[in-house]
Design a binder for this molecule. Structure first.
Ligand SMILES: Nc1ncnc2c1ncn2[C@@H]1O[C@H](COP(=O)(O)OP(=O)(O)OP(=O)(O)O)[C@@H](O)[C@H]1O
Ligand SMILES: [Mg+2]
Length: 295
């Protein structure tokens, strides 16, 4: 992420509310300017995800580049969360869930028998739709992951660093012992981001991280994502197409299809630079979705 990108997106003189309704094409262009083709961090090859015998998402192939924000969009039920969860083996926690195909992280198959899913989740962290802080103090929420991962160093410093990284420090530095549940929704979500980055993952997966937040809290999280992309690779699922256009470098559009047996399934229709998806998509299905003709 370059300095000039921050300028384009943050110092535009627009209010938060303006920025939420700002023209999709303009912002997509801004995001595109920031896009740098980087080394591939996560690579999906013919990935299908099953729940029992039900194949929820079929044959997904895409690469996710370092220090980019990759957005996943598409109608409800097309498998965005399913694919996202497969990227850090979160689906392992769902009985009957199974991944076919190959997902590699820096070239290593994350589903190989010798790979420890706990280590995968440490390097590929996740932030959920609903802020889910533990019913503990603000400090403990951040320190918890550091403790269970036995990360060495000065705990106070590491907690402060994570809270600063999540743009929350100034708001909570005088009340670190307060219950995290007393924070606002937007603050709780930034705390969850602090908790995630405390253990220094490389990738942050976010499943609709702003859907429970108001526009101002949403804008804060979006700004934060921009800052975080300098150090992390981010994959975000969002229902909000303007958000995808505003924050992401690349966008993957998934759709829900019905096969010849009448079974619904999700598939990746198109994946490209965000600007291309929103201004000149290759597939008619993508165009229909982004222009609101279905979904
Ligand atoms: N735990 C589960 N067990 C069985 N089926 C599931 C499970 N989770 C999701 N599915 C099914 O997989 C398909 C994809 O669901 P998923 O939650 O990934 O969609 P989504 O694109 O994230 O939708 P939304 O936008 O509503 O969050 C759906 O048909 C859903 O019913
Ligand atoms: Mg979902």
């Amino acid at each position: 992420m370059t300095q000039s990108t921050d300028k384009v997106l943050s110092s535009d003189g627009l209010t938060f509310a303006d920025r939420l309704t700002v023209n999709v094409t303009e912002t997509a262009t801004a995001a595109h300017r920031a896009s740098v083709a980087g080394p591939v961090v996560l690579d999906l090859a013919n990935v299908s995800v099953f729940y029992g015998s039900y194949e929820a998402v079929r044959q997904t192939t895409m690469s996710i580049a370092r220090n980019q924000i990759t957005a996943m969009i598409g109608p409800s039920g097309c498998g965005k969360s399913t694919i996202l969860r497969s990227l850090n083996r979160m689906n392992d926690l769902i009985p009957g869930a199974r991944v076919a195909g190959r997902i590699s992280f820096h070239g290593t198959d994350i589903y190989a028998p010798e790979v420890d899913p706990i280590q995968v989740r440490r390097r590929i962290g996740m932030v959920f739709q609903k802020p889910n802080p533990f019913p503990k103090s603000i400090y403990e929420n951040v320190a918890y992951g550091l403790k269970i991962n036995k990360i060495k160093g000065n705990m106070d410093d590491m907690v402060e660093q994570a809270l600063r990284g999540a743009a929350l420090w100034d708001e909570v530095k005088d009340k670190l012992k307060m219950s995290a549940l007393a924070l606002s929704g937007g603050q709780q979500q930034r705390l969850c981001i602090a908790r995630t980055i405390a253990v220094k993952p490389e990738v942050i997966l976010m499943d609709e991280p702003c859907s429970a937040l108001d526009p101002i809290a949403t804008a804060k999280i979006e700004d934060l994502m921009y800052e975080l992309a300098a150090d992390y690779t981010i994959v975000i699922v969002t229902h909000n197409m303007q958000q995808a256009a505003r924050v992401s470098h690349r966008t993957a559009f998934f759709s829900a299809e019905v096969d010849e047996n009448g079974v619904r399934y999700g598939r990746l229709v198109e994946y490209d630079e965000t600007q291309k998806i929103f201004t000149n998509p290759r597939e008619k299905r993508t165009e229909d979705y982004i222009t609101g003709r279905f979904g």
